[in-house]
Design a protein around this ligand. Structure first.
Ligand code: ADP
Ligand code: ZN
Ligand code: ZN
Length: 755
């Protein structure tokens, strides 16, 4: 059926726009099209809805043309985009920006520019024997004789070409890909000049014949019981939380669940918080599933991502995609299983720009639109998922033991203040930790040290007047990076030289204060001069290959001590690590965020989980000045339930998630007066609609970033009242700010379920 009009989503923060469908053009919902928008500009748009309702504006432009042979979005993907736009309070156009690689959405200030920007598939050169020669055996053998004497390379190419062309599986038109011949382009060009062969270019195709013989690990009894329990719960609760201690073999369970789906031709989507940090996991999946594994994340080239998208869009099924959050938007049309690993990880939330979506929650929604099951796995589940599992909204499966009888590490809390008093502290290390390191290194073991800050020192201070180096654009101190020889702002990237003398009093030197991974590695190398120390943080792992080199070296035992940030916590599985040190737990506990305790617990448990994953028993030393802090006690006891109970009681009392939903509003502007006024107006409007559910405006601790002042508002909607209604009211309030001629210049960022 042909419709007259199409509502089309453009990659802009605007609602869908209606275009006319030209005579003779057939469109489908989900199709990508080229359209002219505004006086000149050409955009790629997605056909969202086809209809015959004439819009009430006069000049309706027509869709210029259809792109690609098939719709780019399935119905399920369209439902997902709609859910994201509605729930996270943004436009479909903003979802489109995040969902499609930029090569798939060309634009231009005229049609020629648009076309030049379009994706062209990679092609491959093919060649065939010239038909005249192929038909005339005599002429062919004469030519070959001549070549054999004068041009042996051309001769060899011709011989293999005629062999390939006469094989029973040869294509009817005689064209074979050049890569099958052992001949370089110059030789082929010479043959072409002589009229011996014909050439053509064809789209490069990837071999997608898949092997179903997977090399599956044998599950232990506990593991197969869990796998069976997950499968048994799916009919009633399609989302199951897999709560398994570190090293219990959650990955093995994912592998088994995935294998069943792949064997029957379904697709599996597995999300991981940060793909660059999961090299080891991908290796394991590739060893098991071979070429079916497709990885997808924003660090791949745009061409690679576009090719992957288009290939999957036509796939008959049986795909295993492992990706970071943007993999959610891949067009898997036969999705039968969604896996979210490390489901508690804050990295699933996109903070900037819109859509500010949580990929874990969106993945659960995606699985529902497909009517397929989902598994959320973690050793330290988010309290949201934990409560969902406890209330029966999600299923629950637990693994309490490590694989092969490996013991959970023993956790020792080391009191920093006491160590100082007794003279048992050397640089940033307590004697207890150093003694244990001496023993482990002496017996050939490996050690991991965790420090939550990168750089050498988080700030530098004048020893005489107390001046500190601060960022001119942001209200924060500059971090000293000693190796790079400069000060750096971790918020805007501003850099400055290290002053030789204090610029304020011109009397004293400036001293590095506090410590980051760079300083910790320097200090530990001085204590253990024979040990090979490596650092793993964003400054050391500047590329994926640098990251791989660091972890491969450590895995092969070419380094002894690894000092790192959160990077060392994620998904790493090293057999040789028997000791892990958490150098300063205090700064984890002292976060002002309401999730600080939960996060500190998760982080410390994850770090601790790197120790003793094989035969050797592991130990973890936590250095802290608050040894009796409840979170420290609960980490030491591995008491997730205790942590959850205490935290949940607090969250319930003060209306925090999971007992309420939060929407944070961040207002930014260079002019503080205007910013204040806008915040007051918005807060007043929201109070009329929401009453006491509105908090603020408040000035956050870091109240200036990149030269803009910041004020925030918080909306708390208790569970039980309609969140959809609340979002509608909020949209109205935001619209009235956007309609105000003065206030609209203030940037208002709306973040639903902030992390
Ligand atoms: P988790 O993901 O729960 O932290 P892993 O899946 O990484 O745990 O398992 C920890 C280690 O134990 C890995 O080296 C893994 O290969 C090994 N392992 C776990 N289960 C099995 C199994 N059934 N067969 C062989 N090795 C296993
Ligand atoms: Zn000074
Ligand atoms: Zn800055």
């Amino acid at each position: 059926m042909n419709f007259e009009f199409a509502d089309i989503v453009l990659p802009l923060a605007q609602p869908a726009y209606t275009f006319a469908v030209a005579e003779g053009m057939t469109l489908h919902e989900g199709d990508a099209v080229a359209v002219q928008f505004g006086p000149k500009k050409f955009y790629t748009g997605i056909v969202w809805r086809l209809h015959d309702e004439r819009p009430d504006f006069k000049r309706i432009k027509s869709v210029s043309r259809r792109l690609y042979d098939a719709p780019l979005l399935s119905r399920e993907q369209m439902r997902l985009w709609e859910w994201i736009a509605d729930y996270y309070i943004c436009t479909l156009g903003e979802v489109m920006r995040a969902a499609l690689p930029s090569m798939m959405k060309p634009s231009g200030s005229d049609e020629a520019e648009f076309t030049a920007d379009e994706f062209t598939p990679r092609t491959e050169r093919y060649l065939a024997l010239d038909p005249a020669l192929a038909a005339d055996a005599g002429a062919l053998s004469e030519l070959l004789d001549r070549m054999e004497r004068r041009a042996p390379k051309q001769y060899a190419a011709m011989v293999s070409l005629s062999e390939l062309g006469t094989r029973p599986d040869a294509p009817a038109d005689g064209f074979v890909p050049r890569r099958l011949l052992d001949a370089d382009p110059a030789v082929i060009a010479a043959l072409h000049r002589k009229g011996a062969v014909r050439l053509c270019d064809r789209p490069a195709t990837r071999n997608t014949s898949y092997d179903n013989r997977f090399r599956l690990p044998e599950l232990t009894e506990a593991q197969s019981a869990v796998r069976d329990s997950i499968a048994a719960q799916w009919p009633a609760t399609p989302t199951v939380l897999l709560h398994g201690v570190t090293g219990s073999g959650k990955t093995e369970i994912y592998i088994h669940l995935a294998a069943e789906v792949l064997a029957r031709g379904g697709d599996v989507l597995m999300l991981v918080p940060e793909i660059a940090l999961t090299a080891q996991l991908i290796d394991r999946m590739e060893r098991t599933f071979g070429s079916r594994v497709t990885t997808y994340h924003s660090r791949l080239s745009d061409r690679r991502r576009t090719e992957t998208y288009l290939r999957l869009n036509e796939s008959p099924g049986g795909e295993f995609v492992i990706g970071a959050r943007s993999a959610l938007f891949l067009p898997l049309r036969h999705l039968q299983l969604v896996i979210v690993d490390e489901e508690h990880d804050a990295g699933y939330k996109q903070e900037e720009p819109a859509p500010r979506y949580n990929a874990r929650d969106s993945a659960v929604v995606l699985s529902r639109t497909f009517g397929c099951p989902a598994v959320l796995g973690s050793a330290t589940p988010s309290l949201e998922s934990y409560v969902n599992a406890r209330s029966g909204k999600y299923g629950l499966a637990t693994l309490t033991e490590r694989y092969a009888g490996a013991q959970l590490p023993e956790i020792i809390v080391s009191d920093t203040l006491r160590a100082v008093k007794r003279g048992e502290r050397h640089a940033h290390f307590n004697k207890l930790l150093l003694d244990k390191m001496t023993a482990v290194l002496g017996s050939g073991g490996q050690v991991m040290l965790f420090q939550n800050r990168r750089g050498f020192a988080p700030y530098v201070e004048c020893t005489s007047c107390g001046w500190t180096a601060r960022c001119p654009n942001c209200n924060v101190t500059l971090t000293l990076h000693k190796g790079a020889g400069r000060l750096e702002c971790h918020y805007c990237g501003h850099t400055a030289p290290v002053p030789a003398k204090c610029p304020a009093c011109r009397i004293a030197d400036v001293q590095p204060m506090g410590f980051g991974t760079e300083k910790a590695s320097e200090e530990i190398a001085a204590v253990f001069p024979d040990a090979r120390v490596v650092r793993l943080d964003r400054d050391a792992a500047t590329s994926e290959s640098a990251y791989r080199r660091i972890i491969d070296d450590f895995a092969a035992g070419r380094s002894d001590i690894m000092v790192g940030t959160q990077m060392i916590t994620k998904g790493l599985d090293f057999g040789g690590v028997s000791l892990v040190g958490i150098l300063n737990a205090d700064n984890l506990l002292r976060n002002p965020d309401f999730r600080a305790s939960e996060r500190a617990f998760q982080l410390m448990m994850q770090v601790a989980g790197r120790a003793g994953r094989r035969e050797t028993e592991g130990e973890v030393v936590i250095q802290t000045s608050e040894p009796d802090h409840p979170v420290i006690r609960q980490v030491a006891d591995g008491d997730y339930e205790g942590m959850a109970a205490r935290e949940l009681a607090e969250r319930r009392a003060f209306f925090y998630p999971p007992y309420a939903r939060l929407v944070s509003l961040t207002l930014r502007h260079r002019d503080t007066q205007l910013l204040r006024r806008c915040a007051e107006v918005l807060a007043g409007d929201l109070r009329r609609r929401f009453g006491r559910r509105v908090l603020g405006p408040v000035t956050p601790p870091i109240d200036r970033i990149r030269g803009e002042y910041i004020v925030t508002l918080l909306l708390k909607i208790e569970s039980g009242s309609s969140f959809a209604r609340a979002r509608a009211l909020l949209r109205e309030a935001l619209a009235s700010i956007a309609a105000d001629r003065v206030l609209r210049s203030v940037t208002v960022i709306c973040n639903v379920d902030p992390q």
